[in-house]
Design a binder for this molecule. Structure first.
Ligand code: ASP
Ligand code: CP
Length: 298
């Protein structure tokens, strides 16, 4: 077990974070709340979740966000609609022009759109393990159409600027990376490779980023059933990966990592870094909150 001190500071003492989660979350919600508390700040949220706020009475997103903006210094929001973060930020900006203490909005994920803070913690984890972003084969596997984490990660890698790194996208044909993201990567000069056959790239991958098929995004359950077993990470599959590869997963995981017995073996493999990735989420969110609330990096 690693020895470390996760730390407590007073950097954000006197500041309040509102947690507005319109969609389920374990890691993003808890890590943001823990991050804020570890920085000495406070957290508010509707007592029994957003479904028991005035959203229940039909209040819209614009007004809900502005209500939180009147009370908090920063809002962390997750919403099932793609683009909801932009809509919320637009209305929060309007409020900010009229109140003394402007509020910052941070996206905790918007539908099949983006999950930007996940991308930050993913990048941190890759750097922590590989000490570089250059000359890597980073392979993203699974539901690349509906998975917001892979959208944000691919964009962040491209925007960061990498040399000699290739992004390999492995998915069923029906769940390929959206065309607009592929175009953006091409414009930014990132080398990409798309395939439905994991064995094309598994043995060359430095980073294997496994993802869940996003069941809740499928309109037709039979479409999900037809595809759900397409990519399953197991100990025997991982035996084809490089000895120094890292296996990441944003979590939660379901059967795309096999059975509980498979989990138990994979979790012991030194290449599996998803629990450190999950813990890094809190550290990265501490840094982000300190930056937006106090203008400093911790
Ligand atoms: N937790 C991540 C997300 O909210 C990944 C997932 O749910 O599969 O996007
Ligand atoms: N990785 C992630 O966003 O997890 P949660 O959905 O549990 O927040």
């Amino acid at each position: 077990m690693r020895q470390h001190d996760r730390g407590l500071t007073e950097l954000c003492a006197g500041r309040v974070m509102a947690s507005l989660f319109f969609e389920p979350s374990t890691r993003t919600d808890l890590s943001f709340q823990a991050a804020m508390r570890r920085l000495g700040g406070d957290v508010v949220g509707a007592s029994n979740g957003v479904q028991f706020s005035s959203v229940y009475k039909g209040e819209n997103l614009a007004d809900t966000v502005r209500a939180a903006g009147c009370y908090a210094d920063v809002i962390v929001m997750r919403h099932p609609q793609k683009g909801a973060s932009f809509e919320a930020a637009y209305y929060l900006d309007k409020l900010n022009q009229r109140i003394d203490n402007p509020t910052v909005l941070i996206s905790g994920g918007d539908g099949i759109g983006e999950h930007p803070t996940q991308a930050l913690l993913d990048m941190f984890t890759i750097y922590d393990k590989k000490k570089t972003f250059d000359n890597q084969t980073i392979t993203l596997v699974g539901d690349l159409l509906n998975g917001r984490t892979v959208h944000s990660l691919a964009k962040l890698i491209a925007r960061y600027g990498v040399t000699g790194t290739r992004l390999a996208f492995v998915s069923p044909d029906s769940l390929r990376m959206p065309a607009e993201i592929m175009s953006m990567l091409a414009e930014l000069g990132v080398s990409t490779y798309e395939t439905a056959d994991l064995m094309d790239v598994l043995g060359e991958s430095d980073v294997i980023y496994w993802t869940r098929i996003q069941e809740e995004r499928f309109e037709n359950p039979s479409d999900y059933e037809a595809i759900k077993d397409r990519f399953i990470m197991t100990p025997s599959l991982l035996s084809h990966a490089k000895a120094d590869a890292i296996l990441m997963h944003p979590l939660p995981r379901k059967h795309e990592m096999g059975t509980q017995a498979d989990h138990d073996v994979l979790d012991e493999d030194p290449r599996a870094v998803y629990f450190e990735q999950m813990e890094n989420g809190m550290f990265v969110r501490m840094a982000l909150l300190a930056k937006v609330l106090r203008g400093v990096y911790v």
